[in-house]
Design a protein around this ligand. Structure first.
Ligand SMILES: [Zn+2]
Length: 198
């Protein structure tokens, strides 16, 4: 299978993606080789397009092709509420529920002292800036209900309180220790509706 340098290289790169081991990577490479070359070229072009055009919105940190993103500039959205999430992907999950009409703010992870991740490595400064500049009334902290996610929510409530903004936490409908990614939409809607002040 790895008699070709190109095959080896692609297989190695695929294995760096989440959930892809050596066998899966090799199966994917083999499938690409088998499929019509036009299909493989389309994939290559899509990847190039992704790298060239897609960036992170400087305001919310979400994935976008225009700056600022369509959500940040949408006149119909409620600019008094900001929902804080860990990853850009979480925006898509919440948008799919159609139950949240405010703005988002991607932290880029959670505080994790054991891994050396302090506040300065997350987009907390930018959040404080947005709260200070805008007409924000409430910040909903929707970090995952893991230990680090809870610690981050607590930290945010401490830094936000002096700014006169209400900080709330999504309800416990989301199972402890789980990722928002694996929660069904109804649970997600309920967890936002049932948020409590922190
Ligand atoms: Zn944005």
């Amino acid at each position: 299978m790895e008699s070709s340098e190109a095959v080896k290289k692609l297989s190695e790169e695929l294995q760096k993606l989440p959930g892809i081991g050596r066998k899966t990577a090799e199966r994917l490479v083999f499938s690409l080789l088998k499929s019509k070359s036009q299909q493989t070229s389309l994939l290559a072009r899509a990847l190039t397009y992704l790298v060239e055009k897609v960036k992170l919105c400087h305001l919310c940190g979400g994935i976008t092709e225009v700056e600022p993103c369509a959500i940040c500039t949408d006149e119909k959205r409620d600019k008094s509420i900001i929902c804080v999430i860990e990853q850009p992907l979480d925006i898509a999950l919440l948008e799919r529920t159609g139950s949240f009409n405010g703005l988002y703010h991607v932290l880029g992870g959670t505080l994790s002292p054991l891994d050396g991740i302090g506040p300065e490595l997350l987009r907390i400064e930018q959040l404080i800036k947005r709260v200070k500049e805008g007409k924000v009334i409430e910040v909903i902290v929707a970090t995952n209900p893991t230990m680090d996610g809870e610690a981050t929510a607590l930290y945010l409530s401490k830094v936000l309180r002096p700014l006169g903004v209400k900080a709330s936490r999504i309800a416990r409908g989301v199972p402890v220790g789980s990722d928002l990614e694996y929660v069904d939409e109804i649970t997600l809607v309920k967890s936002i509706e049932g948020r409590r002040e922190i």
